[in-house]
Design a protein around this ligand. Structure first.
Ligand SMILES: [Zn+2]
Length: 371
């Protein structure tokens, strides 16, 4: 699809005219390539495709997608797709908990077409969505899928991996902490929950372990060089799960930060570490001052100065301060969960769903830290 510009050579007689038109347009076209970035390039296929509500752009927008999917669409139907870099594509997930209409498509994913193979970032939330992600990649390029980077093990990002792991020659990149998750009772509970709501979409689910691990040391990285692209995969610690990654597309200045920053919805803090989240966000600011685009695990992509990063940092820092004061004043977990409100955040999507859980998690963390 990115080869569209390669047209057959013009005949000499038409060439002068074309050159004149091009010269006239030159100034105006300077920004056209950029303006194209962020644009919706495909609406996807399937029964409900006509009912999708899709923002025209997926960068710096407040508009939320509403993508309606059906099991009847099958695994070969593509998903809506945005182009966010010269060779980078973005799947803009719904901002919602899982339901009948979104079929678990409530997190983002993306992929990079390097010229020598495709690198995929996250696999979406069910085996069926994983298949549809592969079909979406196939609509853009025939290059082999060489790497699937799982930014963390949470279902909305990782359960589509079942569809990828048997692709020939693919490497699954992950954090060593994923092994802890795969051996934990959380996996079973989480799979049971998704199966109950999305039985057919979960068919063929298998827990997929990474075969390529990032270095153990926090903020160290693994480098992938493929085609003309350098992709660095950082160990961002265990801030949001059993192990979290950040992906840096070096030449394009694109940072895939996954759930280190949330855009257009409240964060969820259910495992990981709120303190490590703050540290990883501060590391990100210092380590990548020249990043041109940030892609979160939820919500639209953003250009500098990346307000979502500051907002998520402010929320977590303020929550820790308030809950810490309440804890020191001797208030119980129940009282603090009932009473901790975050003015300014109450209208943000998923506030009602997550605020109490976040409070409870941070209370128990601080109890452990302080006493
Ligand atoms: Zn997520």
């Amino acid at each position: 699809m990115h080869d569209r510009r390669h047209r057959r050579p013009a005949e000499p007689a038409r060439l002068t005219k074309i050159l004149c038109i091009l010269a006239g347009l030159a100034a105006g076209l300077a920004g056209a390539g950029e303006a194209e970035l962020g644009a919706l390039v495909s609406r996807g296929e399937g029964e409900g495709a006509g009912q999708h509500q899709l923002p025209a752009r997926a960068i710096d927008t407040r508009d939320l997608p509403r993508t309606r999917l059906s099991v009847a669409d099958g695994g070969n139907a593509t998903l809506p797709l945005y182009r966010i870099g010269p060779d980078s594509y973005f799947l803009y997930g719904n901002i919602a908990t899982i339901d009948d209409d979104n079929r678990g498509f409530n997190g983002n994913a993306g992929f990079i077409v390097t010229g020598a193979g495709v690198v995929v970032i996250d696999a979406l939330g069910t085996p069926l969505l994983g298949k549809r992600l592969i079909a979406t990649i196939r609509a853009i390029t025939d290059e082999p899928i060489r790497y699937l980077i799982l930014t963390h093990n949470h279902p909305d990002h990782a359960y589509g991996a079942s569809a990828f792991h048997e692709l020939e020659g693919i490497h699954i990149v992950g954090h060593e902490g994923m092994a802890d998750y795969l051996a934990s009772p959380t996996l079973e509970q989480s799979v049971a929950y998704r199966r109950e709501l999305l039985q057919e979409d979960m068919e063929g689910f298998e827990a997929v372990a990474p075969d390529l691990l990032v270095p153990e040391e926090r903020f160290a990285h693994l480098r992938i060089e493929l085609g003309g692209k350098t992709i660095e995969v950082y160990n961002a610690g265990r801030h949001h799960s059993h192990g979290d990654l950040v992906v840096h597309q070096v030449e394009d200045g694109i940072l895939w930060v996954s759930d280190l920053a949330f855009n257009q919805r409240l964060t969820y803090i259910g495992d990981g570490s709120s303190q490590q989240t703050l540290e990883a966000q501060e590391w990100l600011w210092e380590r990548f001052p020249d990043a041109r685009l940030m892609v979160p695990g939820h919500g639209s992509a953003q250009t500098p100065p990346f307000p979502m990063l500051q907002e998520t940092h402010d929320y977590i820092r303020t929550m820790r301060e308030r809950i810490g004061q309440q804890l020191e004043a001797g208030r119980s977990l129940m009282e603090v969960v009932e009473e901790t409100r975050m003015p300014g955040w109450e209208e943000v999507p998923l506030y009602e769903e997550n605020q109490r859980a976040n409070t409870s998690f941070i209370y128990r963390e601080l109890e452990f830290e302080l006493f």
